[in-house]
Design a protein around this ligand. Structure first.
Ligand code: BTN
Length: 238
């Protein structure tokens, strides 16, 4: 990543690295030591990229790995996650002319393959959180355990910085206007009106996803009742 170019495109502090364990971890450490709202941490690769539900995120050189420090209470993690998903979709649409879809809550898909993951982590005592976004770029092959589901978007020279800046700018501006991004989120969401399988309070069950509320929770109707699923607490299969 050309950090000098990125700094011209984004008006908050930018910290660039070639290799880190996790940009989210660095961003959380920086947040603790008081970096300003909007600070952006980017890396060319990660050795321990963090995914949701304790999983790892495949982060070889070539992808975009970025984390934004936000002076926002982690209780807004759902809103921030949906905002980041919209940011990635709009960046791809405006800069690359490709349309991504969203699989609840945080996966951006291109041609039905996951090309982006989002992980929001928080420091509740400090009222801060970190929005981490990883995008697979120009990659044909993935490790066998994710090869079936993972995909990539393709970009040319110089588009990396533009993409990263577009995403970061959209997120930082969008935090002031939550939940205005939700219309765009729902437009791209493939999970709506589908049968979803999930574990709720220790029980495997299923229902039809009928809506997403402004906090990013999925509203599901089972045969007997309506349930509000919070992403951190369930894993959903469509
Ligand atoms: C997921 O889909 O499970 C979420 C993946 C989030 C990956 C990004 S890459 C940048 C940031 N740093 C991390 O360690 N994770 C997030």
């Amino acid at each position: 990543m050309d950090i000098e170019l990125l700094k011209k495109l984004y008006s908050y502090p930018v910290y660039g690295y070639s290799i880190v364990d996790s940009t989210n971890k660095i961003a959380l450490d920086m947040a603790k030591s008081g970096v300003v709202h909007g600070s952006l941490i980017v890396a060319d690769s990660q050795t321990s990229g963090r995914g949701r539900h304790g999983r790892s995120f495949f982060s070889p050189k070539g992808g975009i790995y970025m984390s934004i420090v936000l002076d926002m209470n982690p209780q807004f993690a759902g809103e921030i996650t949906t905002l980041c998903a919209v940011a990635v979709c709009l960046a791809a649409s405006k800069l690359l002319n490709i349309e991504l879809k969203i699989k609840w809550v945080n996966d951006c898909l291109y041609e039905n393959k996951k090309v982006c993951g989002i992980l929001c982590e928080g420091l509740p005592q400090m009222g801060k959180c970190v929005a981490g976004i990883g995008v697979n770029i120009n990659r044909e092959e993935f490790p066998s355990d994710i090869n079936e589901k993972a995909g990539s978007i393709y970009i040319g020279d110089n588009e990396r910085e533009e993409l990263c800046a577009y995403i970061a700018n959209y997120v930082i501006n969008g935090t002031k206007n939550i939940p205005n991004h939700m219309a765009e989120y729902k437009k791209r969401l493939i999970t709506l009106n589908k049968k979803v399988f999930f574990t709720y309070k220790g029980e495997n069950t299923h229902g039809i996803a009928i809506d997403v509320d402004n906090t990013g929770a999925l509203i599901v109707e089972t045969e007997t009742r309506r349930i509000r699923l919070i992403s951190g607490e369930v894993s959903v299969r469509v």
